[in-house]
Design a binder for this molecule. Structure first.
Ligand code: MG
Length: 345
């Protein structure tokens, strides 16, 4: 009798633990940082969104080069990393109060370019590639831009695709299925890029960052937030965290990204918040139209004192590029990356 009772208690414990592990997806575990500079030993902390961590074990092909301390801080032991690679793959097996999760992470050697040049919708104007095409992204990479910006929208059946306007070739993205949208071809014959294909193309290199703009949905806030969740989940699934920075005109979208991905660098586009307001909401930076900074000349200094980065869009004239470089802004978003590159070099 006792043995049967113990068997059932054991059975229910195992089943309930299993259910917990299923309930909490690997998306709940994240790192506070995904890159390492030369000579850097501490990468960041392991965090679990929905519970307390009890233990963390490192697995995966590059596990020998990394260690975890008692506060779940991830460090690198460079001398034990066998080969010099662009990135290292580790799996973290995290046990917590709510279950066990295994998740793969990619830690990048930070060789990203720092020259302030952000190609707006890729490098299209002087290359003949369509805006927001993978070809335009590849041109921005080839030119050696620090970042290449692109716009993301969600199909009616929740597939994120790359396009600036709500409609492409007269077809509403938010009201059309992915199957229909993916039949459309850009002017260079490329299919309308999905976010997945776009990120995979961007991750073929490790010099140019991918500046992901989440467009507010024409169907309303709920849709914009749903798109944001899809987009962040896809970035994490592809292990693209080190490549991607986020921008949006929608303040709630920005805050949702920071909630889902506290490690992410997020900048606000709409120009109606002071640097102090952005700083108190933990933004990485402001990304404002040059008119906004002309109307609020103190904001450059205010942003710097609030430790926010400053990105200015969309600057296509040489004189204004020079003026902004003089003010030491962090990034300039431009349709003329070739011109800006010739000035910063
Ligand atoms: Mg954009």
């Amino acid at each position: 009798m006792n043995k049967i009772f113990i068997f059932f208690v054991h059975y229910f414990l195992v089943v309930s633990m299993h259910c917990n592990a299923q309930h909490f997806s690997s998306g709940d575990v994240y790192l506070t940082n995904y890159t390492m500079m030369k000579g850097q030993s501490v990468i960041g902390f392991v965090k679990w969104r929905s519970g307390e961590i009890v233990s963390v074990k490192i697995e995966g092909e590059d596990k020998g080069g990394f260690r975890i301390d008692k506060s779940y801080r991830l460090s690198v032991n460079s001398s034990k990393l066998k080969d010099k690679k662009q990135w290292y793959e580790i799996t973290l097996k995290v046990s917590g109060s709510l279950g066990v999760v295994s998740k793969q992470f990619r830690i990048m050697n930070d060789n990203f370019i720092r020259n302030k040049v952000i190609a707006h919708r890729g490098a299209w104007k002087n290359t003949g590639a369509p805006e927001n095409s993978i070809a335009a992204l590849n041109h921005a990479v080839r030119l050696g831009c620090e970042g290449s910006e692109f716009d993301v929208r969600m199909s009616a059946d929740s597939l994120p695709v790359i396009n600036h306007d709500p409609s492409v070739q007269g077809v509403s993205i938010a009201k059309t299925s992915a199957e229909e949208l993916l039949k459309l071809k850009l002017a260079n014959g490329e299919p309308l890029p999905t976010l997945e294909d776009y990120l995979k193309a961007g991750m073929m290199q490790s010099k140019t960052k991918l500046i992901l703009e989440i467009k507010p949905s024409e169907l309303g806030k709920e849709n914009s937030i749903a798109a944001t969740r899809k987009i962040v989940a896809l970035v994490e699934k592809l292990k693209a965290q080190a490549w991607v920075d986020y921008i949006s005109f929608d303040y709630d979208v920005c805050k949702e990204v920071m909630k889902l991905a506290p490690y992410a660098k997020v900048a606000y586009l709409n120009g109606d918040k002071t640097p102090a307001e952005l700083a108190s909401d933990n933004f990485f930076g402001l990304d404002y139209h040059y008119n906004v900074l002309q109307k609020n000349p103190s904001w450059v200094q205010d942003a710097k004192s609030n430790k926010l980065t400053i990105n200015v869009w969309t600057v296509n004239e040489k004189a204004m590029m020079e003026e902004l470089l003089e003010k030491n802004v962090d990034f300039i978003t431009t349709n003329e990356p070739e011109l800006l590159l010739s000035i910063v070099k």
